[in-house]
Design a protein around this ligand. Structure first.
Ligand code: SF4
Ligand code: SF4
Length: 377
């Protein structure tokens, strides 16, 4: 007696459990797609970052794999976990206050009266009446109304919203999309060579603390292959007429530090500055030189091949940054003490005008007074 009611009650709870698991599965699936979409979009930024951080692809690949596996495991765990009948009954009673205690009591008391004909403190007829009433109540409740799918709708909306810009980016840059997959699947493809070999000469040499250690390094991998193909120097420098960068060389002995070359340099690769001690400084930044060659004809000391430019890339120079090519003390005005011009330049003027008596007063004015004092007379 009452078995049919009890079985219907359990079937209702089982239906509810299956629906909860289905919704959790859909929720997890949308979350996976959402994360995959966001990680895919992140791939575009990683491509830009990789030249600066060669390990960015590796981190990206690890984060992508870790995050997606974590969400997948979490979804499977939630989907496979059994929804207990008691938990389901209490949840449904919370949603439907008119069922308060009927569901859980029917579920727990019927097995007692089914096993023991007259259990202590429990009236058999009351349990059967409660079971029958509860059965009627649950027949009026659709299982779908008990579960909430609002979270799934929000996630779906967010996914559709994000899909539009990502799809547009893929449509406009299909190659970048391919590169993103390459970053995930082959994170080691563009990694710098990790091979470092140290040979000590003579073998077994021991170094005292504080003594100087000279290390000679040789490149391997892609850089070495490129260097070999273009017959580069052992320091990794490549001289090529098509190079977008240039390397400037200056003969210190003949350079007068006049600064004419710096005045015509369009990129400030060559720069003229006053040093801390008032000296004239000509410096050069290899990364800024575009090998235009403007500076060479501007040099008044061209007869001595003072300045030269060759189209090429010198890894060591690029890594070093700005270097001083020429530093010369400045002559001071005998009246006010202001800087007139680099000593080397004035000395060159003296050499050129040497022996010309007519130009002696002009020479004295030019080399001993600054422009302001010259104007005062
Ligand atoms: S080659 Fe052009 S960019 Fe390079 S230092 Fe000379 S003027 Fe400047
Ligand atoms: S390289 Fe030539 S132009 Fe440049 S500072 Fe020296 S002398 Fe002047």
């Amino acid at each position: 007696m009452g078995l049919e009611d009890y079985q219907e009650l359990r079937a209702f709870l089982a239906r509810f459990g299956r629906r909860v698991k289905l919704l959790k599965g859909i929720e997890g699936l949308i979350l996976i797609l959402l994360c995959a979409l966001l990680l895919f979009a992140l791939g575009f930024a990683i491509q830009e970052l990789q030249p600066l951080f060669p390990y960015a692809a590796l981190f990206y690949s690890i984060v992508t794999a870790g995050l997606l596996s974590a969400i997948l495991s979490w979804t499977l765990l939630r989907g496979l976990r059994k929804v207990r009948e008691e938990t389901a009954a209490l949840y449904i009673e919370k949603k439907c206050p008119h069922l308060k205690n009927n569901l859980i009591n029917s579920l727990q008391l019927y097995p007692q009266i089914a096993i023991e004909r007259q259990p202590a403190g429990v009236s058999q007829s009351m349990v059967l009446a409660l079971l029958s009433a509860t059965r009627k109540q649950i027949r009026e409740i659709p299982v779908a109304a008990l579960t909430n799918s609002r979270r799934i709708q929000t996630q779906t909306r967010l996914f559709s919203f994000l899909l539009i810009p990502v799809a547009a980016a893929v449509f406009l840059h299909p190659t970048s999309a391919g590169k993103t997959f390459k970053l995930i699947l082959h994170p080691f493809a563009d990694m710098p060579s990790a091979h470092v070999a140290l040979d000590v000469h003579p073998k077994g040499t021991r170094l005292l603390r504080g003594s100087t250690l000279a290390v000679t390094a040789a490149t391997t991998g892609a850089v070495a292959a490129l260097s070999e193909r273009h017959r580069a120097g052992s320091d990794g420098s490549l001289v090529h007429s098509g190079s977008p960068l240039g390397i400037v060389s200056l003969r210190e002995e003949t350079c007068t530090d006049c600064g004419a070359c710096t005045a015509v340099c369009p990129t400030e690769a060559l720069r003229y500055e006053e040093g801390a001690g008032g000296e004239a400084v000509v410096s050069f930044e290899a990364a800024q030189c575009i090998a235009c060659g403007n500076c060479v004809p501007a040099c008044p000391e061209g007869a001595f091949e003072t300045l030269g430019v060759r189209a090429g890339v010198e890894l060591a120079a690029l890594a070093t940054g700005r270097i001083v090519l020429k530093r010369a003390a400045s002559a001071r005005c005998r009246r006010c003490g202001a800087a007139i011009a680099p000593e080397a330049m004035l000395s060159r003027i003296r050499t050129l005008l040497e022996g010309e008596e007519a130009s002696a007063p002009l020479l004295a004015t030019l080399t001993e007074l600054c422009s302001d004092c010259r104007a005062l007379g």
